[in-house]
Design a protein around this ligand. Sequence first.
Ligand code: PGA
Length: 248
Amino acid sequence: MTRKLIAGNWKMNGSLDTNATLVGEMLAGVGTPACDVALCVPAPYLAQVQGLLAGSSAIELGAQDVSQHENGAFTGDVSATMLRDFGVRYVIVGHSERRQHQAENDVHVAIKVKRALAAGITPIVCVGETLREHEEGMTEFIVKRQLSAVIHLNGHCISEVVVAYEPVWAIGTGKTATPEQAQAVHAVLRAQIKAATDNADRVRILYGGSMNAANAASLLAQPDIDGGLIGGASLKAPDFLKIVAAAD
Ligand code: PGA
């Protein structure tokens, strides 16, 4: 069985001061975790957090987005090789907030995955249905469509990615999918990955959406839930560390 992964997604939060305190608290409490742990921080803070994490093998560095372009006239974009320069190990790709606010579509997401893989960075590919899609019973259709674009472009390299199932209606809302609901979707995704690679069992499928210290253990106990992508609770060291401790 692969090690679980608990990845924090700070989103657009933090400052030089608060980052130093938060990472310091996390390093002081993390010990030798039984799972992999990463912090996906805003791009301007990559250098700072890389420095704070230097010397620790318990927590790895992640970014929240990567350009679909290699380099050139793309003002404001950050390339995969730039991320690699700062020791970035993981990058979130296709988060629903970017799909919604930055008009990212399945094709953009698939290309970003390719760029990250080419730079040796593990993409955390987010899929998930909106509340309306959920209510209309379209969950399976939506997540399969989102993942199939990534598989189509990246082929058997899909075994190198991390997938995160994040129902949009559960993100930052305090509403969580039940462990059974999440497991059912994870099983669908696992079957889809199995059809594309012989190594589907080593692909980690994370759950994200209001995962917290209280509900983490029951979600992480499901057979196809291999970790979590944690937003709000990753901004409080004690909460995040409780989730890390629940992932063994
Ligand atoms: P949340 O966010 O844990 O605050 O719901 C998760 C995410 O958006 O990755």
